[in-house]
Design a protein around this ligand. Structure first.
Ligand code: NAD
Length: 372
């Protein structure tokens, strides 16, 4: 069975789906692995490293013919889809709601697709959970960028030139990324505060040494996610957070609600309470932003406050982001192959949950509804 790894072509994407270490494992199991020339460049894996791992390194034209499974990071682009064999399986982030045209192309081409973002968040699937591995990277970098854009130190310093008090950092939305942002800001020496609408998240924040901001709102949704707040809850949240935000040197926001625009947590009147020289890093920029002033992909400065809405942070840390993603794919591949044979059990809860397109049809309910 042939598996293929294309070079990612999305602008700015430096990750690669399989790293040489994982290729070697798949080759050992009897699979033929083809890697497109230069695929590992952005993550500093040379073609030679893939050859040494037992892969064949080929031009794009020779990559897809006969390939049974194709592993990608970003949603497959149109010309990749056109090159796939009927009945092949493509595995990667699909972001179907943003790419309906590509989903249609996959259907028309008769190609099956597994979406990494649809892997169920269950215990057995943790090792395959690419949303979590990539959110870990994003959360870490959010804190690093906050420190970099800040006009103040994060740590407390006692020096001959005086004493510097530690920065106050507030993390809003304490899921996987938020927890990593808390841990990283703590390591940099900041005093960290945490807010989330889920009580469990605040307990985890506390265990990392953050001071939880407790409000009389509990919005646990399904599957460990948050639900959208009611108008009344939003009002309570806004009033309370307005007070807490004043005096922060940095605010990192990561709040998301599945299938919805990201909730607005930082309104204009709250931004007015941040001192000049402070900073907001908004990880929700891709889904609309948690701050009203966020411009996706840009650093803007409003009344002395820098607001950064980074896009695709995991790509910046391409070495470890690729390594973690490739491990996620390897663990998933245990459900796709028996030895060297392609033998997926489509009734398996994990595969069933992540399957987006099968035999020319969208099989994922919400995406089907979206595409009509
Ligand atoms: P996410 O990216 O969907 O959201 C980030 C955070 O924003 C969440 O903690 C959410 O509660 C919070 N949020 C939403 N609306 C908010 C608001 N109005 N104000 C403040 N905060 C708000 O979350 P995620 O990081 O993907 O994790 C979601 C859950 O999934 C967590 O409970 C996590 O522990 C769980 N999880 C489970 C597994 C597993 O078992 N395999 C793996 C990963 C995550």
């Amino acid at each position: 069975v042939v598996v293929a790894v294309p070079k990612e072509r999305a602008p700015g994407e430096r990750r690669v789906a399989l790293v040489p270490e994982v290729v070697a494992r798949l080759v050992k199991e009897g699979l033929e692995v083809r890697v497109e020339k230069g695929a590992g460049e952005g993550a500093y894996h040379t073609d030679q490293a893939y050859l040494d791992a037992g892969a064949k390194v080929v031009e794009r034209a020779a990559l897809l013919p006969g390939a049974r499974v194709v592993f990608t990071v970003q949603p497959p682009e149109m010309d990749l889809i056109q090159g796939l064999e009927k009945g092949a399986l493509v595995v990667g982030f699909m972001q179907a709601h943003k790419n309906p045209d590509r989903v249609k192309a996959l259907m028309e081409r008769g190609v099956d697709a597994l979406a990494m973002e649809l892997i169920p968040r269950i215990t057995r699937a943790q090792s395959m959970d690419a949303l979590s591995s990539q959110a870990t990277v994003a959360g870490y970098l959010a804190a690093i960028h906050a420190a970099r854009l800040s006009s103040r130190f994060f740590p407390m310093l006692t020096t001959a030139a005086g004493t510097i008090r530690p920065a106050k950092v507030m993390v809003m939305g304490v899921g996987v990324a938020g927890l990593m942002a808390i841990a990283t800001a703590k390591r940099l020496g900041a005093q960290v505060f945490a807010y989330d609408v889920r009580k469990a998240a605040l307990e985890q924040a506390l265990s990392l040494g953050a001071k939880p901001v407790e409000l009389p709102i509990s919005a646990e949704g399904e599957g460990g996610y948050a639900r959208e707040l009611t108008e009344e809850e939003k009002r309570i949240q806004h009033e309370a957070l307005r007070e807490h935000v004043a005096g922060m040197d940095a605010v990192i926001t990561t709040a998301q609600v599945p299938g919805r625009r990201a909730p607005i947590l930082l309104t204009e009147d709250m931004m007015d309470r941040l001192a000049p020289g402070s900073v907001v890093v908004d990880l929700a920029a891709e889904s609309g932003g948690n701050c009203v002033l966020t411009k996706p992909g840009e650093v803007v400065e409003v009344k002395g406050v820098r607001i950064y809405g980074p896009l695709n942070l995991p790509s910046e840390l391409s070495v470890h982001a690729s390594e973690m993603y490739a491990k996620n794919l390897y663990n998933l591949s245990r459900l796709l192959f028996k030895g060297k044979d392609f033998a997926p059990d489509w009734e398996d809860e994990i595969l069933k949950g992540a399957l987006l397109v099968k035999d020319g049809q969208v099989v994922h309910g919400p995406t089907k509804a979206l595409l009509g």
